[in-house]
Write a protein that binds this ligand. Sequence first.
Ligand code: ZN
Ligand code: ZN
Length: 328
Amino acid sequence: MANRLVSRMLFGAVLAIQGLGTVACVARPAAIDENSAPSIVVLGSAQDGGYPQIGCERACCARVRVDPSRRRFVSSLLIVDPRSGKRWLIDATPDLREQMAMVAGLPETRAVDGPRPPLCEGIFLTHAHVGHYAGLIHLGREIYAADRVPVYASARFRRFLATEGPWSLLVSAKHIELMPLEPGVPVELAPDLSIEPFLVPHRDEFSDTFGFLIRGPRRHVLFIPDIDKWEKWDRSLEAELLGVDLALLDGTFFEDGEVPGRAMAQVPHPFITETLNRLAPLSETERKKVLFIHLNHTNPALDPASGAAAEIRATGAGVASDGQRIGL
Ligand SMILES: [Zn+2]
Ligand SMILES: [Zn+2]
């Protein structure tokens, strides 16, 4: 109880600092007020390995071990709807335990029933890289023993989960229930709230890779935590930006050469510098919609006091933070 209270107080403080100031809003009819509207809670903003990352003793991670307030969980979102008391998770990360503690009791209208209430009404998975689905292990018999949590994933990803251990045990023991997720077909969470997957190019070893378009009653949000390069995508980033109010985009690396001892071409992502160059011809209104997420531990923009973070802010864009709330 005390832990829950502390986490809620911390969470409240983060919300109070961040407010909804980062949301660039395209005018839509405001039928419901900000407090009762659905929203997104950023559960994590780091790349798959989290921040700090295992084995890194350089300054980027050493400073976090000295000052844990700099810690960031692995990239994930929670959609909450206070009108129904429901909530849905996007990606299940290795940090799921702490992330669920961070949002205990959200939305406040959520009715919790029994000693092991459902953690959420559904989980939407982008792809089968460890930072995005390995948290499912927390739902199994050894830990939460969840009861048929709907897990939405692509056909290829569902086949992988159903046939490869340890995931197949979650399916056969009915801790999770696999649900279809097809590109271009929205899943309705409420009559005015939906999530629509689309394919993005990425290293697809075990699954294909989805980005998500989240449509709320007043705002539309694009979520693309992992993509190889904007140029390889069959859609135009600029055109997609025009259709949304906010975009949480792959900000894994700030610039080329950032990871010592690894050929960065083997782990392609759009460098933040590349994305900013691409956005430069757009209006400031469009650039303000962009929040970078999924930052690698080497990314200097993890530190708000860095030159890299200042460079991003100067364009109007920003970096997502854990606990940040985005009204839908
Ligand atoms: Zn990732
Ligand atoms: Zn990935």
